[in-house]
Write a protein that binds this ligand. Structure first.
Ligand SMILES: Cc1cc2nc3c(=O)[nH]c(=O)nc-3n(C[C@H](O)[C@H](O)[C@H](O)COP(=O)(O)OP(=O)(O)OC[C@H]3O[C@@H](n4cnc5c(N)ncnc54)[C@H](O)[C@@H]3O)c2cc1C
Length: 400
């Protein structure tokens, strides 16, 4: 592993910092136009940046205190926007990427359904071709940001006669289209600003909103999920975001709670784990710097980082003793930098159980690690080769 990350005197850092000095409070549009939002993407969307330059830009964005665009509009600026580079048409890239990267149009991922999320290939939403449109009918659930979204990345079944993985296609739909109804779900944080149900009642989607070819939906979706998991191998409280064990430790020291030997013992363990994740994410960066593709290890990283984040939030609350039972945004002091909505330890605590479910549950990730890293036999799926419309009505379990 190469730890020689670009230092303060690196000419690339000096150039980037100069831009931020000239634009001390840039808008997301300015960041996108400068190529900083997705610097590793090819021009004109990014800067064709090597991972080192991407790293410099990301750390300089962080220095401004602004929330990184990937945390504001992650679906567009990361996994799904990136998929358009490979699978989208020129017209789709022109239409969707500029407002997506500028965070002017928020995107959401319409993958999971009530019958299950783990086995995404068993989804039931149908897109039927009618002339120059598809007519979409179905029901999605757990859709993050759907209540704010302008664009939905939809996976739907276009060929019910094909085996379940093969009859799926992906579309970019306008969330304001007639027939789209979004119903927020209140979760145990007490808020209803994360998950939504989305009802699609004969929504007409122009045929040119199909991403890639008909039947490519599964392949595109799995590559998007892989990218998303890779981003989550980070030493942070929830989904690679929020405070880390370092912030936990400094808060415990500042409040004197570290003096409790049991707290100190747990905090030390978490700190060590956090440093391990920091090194793992640096290793992944180092691999990318050397041009090696990131592989299925993103599944392993996400599988280990999610419970680590849960333990951080748990100790932050528990170290308060009985007071931890009361909702209190000042559970522990946090340094003056933006952790977005996870700035509030209390919110992070109540949200954190979601981290071992979203973007693949622990069991699904374990299956992937077993099959694709350890080379163990694949989990049998008797329905895999059967035409979807002939699979018994009792659906197989599912995966987003
Ligand atoms: C914070 C968060 C954000 C989300 N955002 C989105 C979003 O934006 N868009 C979207 O489409 N979805 C989203 N989801 C949904 C998420 O992808 C699903 O919750 C997830 O894939 C699990 O699906 P499920 O909830 O239907 O559980 P199920 O698939 O029904 O699983 C139930 C249980 O069975 C286990 N299980 C299932 N299959 C197997 C198997 N083969 N082997 C062993 N155990 C198995 C699971 O591990 C789980 O414990 C989000 C979820 C969360 C928590």
């Amino acid at each position: 592993m190469d730890f020689n990350l670009p230092g303060e005197d690196d000419p690339r850092r000096i150039a980037v910092r100069r831009w931020f000095e000239a634009n001390p409070s840039p808008s997301y549009k300015q960041l996108a136009e400068q190529g900083y939002t997705a610097a590793n993407w090819p021009r004109p969307w990014g800067l064709d940046a090597e991972p080192e330059l991407q790293f410099i830009i990301d750390t300089e964005i962080e220095r401004t205190g602004m929330t990184h665009p990937t945390k504001v509009n992650g679906i567009a600026t990361n996994q799904c926007g990136q998929a358009l580079l490979h699978y989208g048409s020129d017209a789709q890239r022109e239409r969707f990427l500029p407002p997506g990267l500028a965070c002017e149009e928020i995107w959401c991922m319409l993958f999971s359904e009530p019958s299950g999320g783990s086995d995404l290939s068993a989804l039931k939403t149908v897109a039927r071709r009618e002339g120059d449109h598809y007519v979409v009918r179905g029901h999605k659930i757990w859709t993050s940001l759907a209540n704010h979204a302008d664009i939905g990345v939809l996976v739907a079944r276009t060929d019910p006669t094909a085996p379940k993985h093969k009859g799926l296609s992906q579309f970019l739909i306008d969330m304001k289209s007639p027939g789209v109804t979004v119903r927020p779900i209140q979760d145990m944080t007490g808020e209803d600003n994360e998950y939504n149900e989305v009802f699609l009642d004969d929504v007409r989607v122009p045929a040119d909103r199909l991403v890639g070819k008909e039947g490519e939906g599964w392949r595109i979706a799995t590559s998007q999920l892989q990218t998303e998991r890779m981003m989550m191998t980070q030493p942070a409280a929830v989904f690679g975001a929020g405070p880390t064990a370092r912030e936990l430790m400094s808060g415990l020291i500042e409040t004197g709670r570290i003096k409790d030997p049991l707290v100190r013992d747990e905090a030390a363990r978490l700190y060590i784990e956090g440093e391990m994740f920091r090194l793992l994410s640096l290793r992944s960066l180092s691999q990318r710097m050397q041009g090696r593709p990131s592989g299925v290890e993103g599944n392993l990283g996400k599988m280990m980082a999610a419970p680590h984040g849960q333990r951080i939030c748990d100790l932050a609350k528990r170290s308060q003793g009985a007071a931890g039972m009361i909702r209190d945004p000042d559970v522990l002091p946090l340094p003056n930098r933006s952790f977005g909505r996870f700035q509030d330890w209390d919110y992070a605590y109540w949200f954190s159980p979601a981290a071992t479910l979203g973007v693949g549950t622990q069991e699904i990730l374990k299956n992937t690690v077993a099959e694709r890293i350890l080379g163990l036999p694949r989990e049998p799926d008797p329905t895999a080769q059967v035409p979807f419309n002939q699979i018994n009505a009792a659906p197989a379990r599912s995966a987003a």
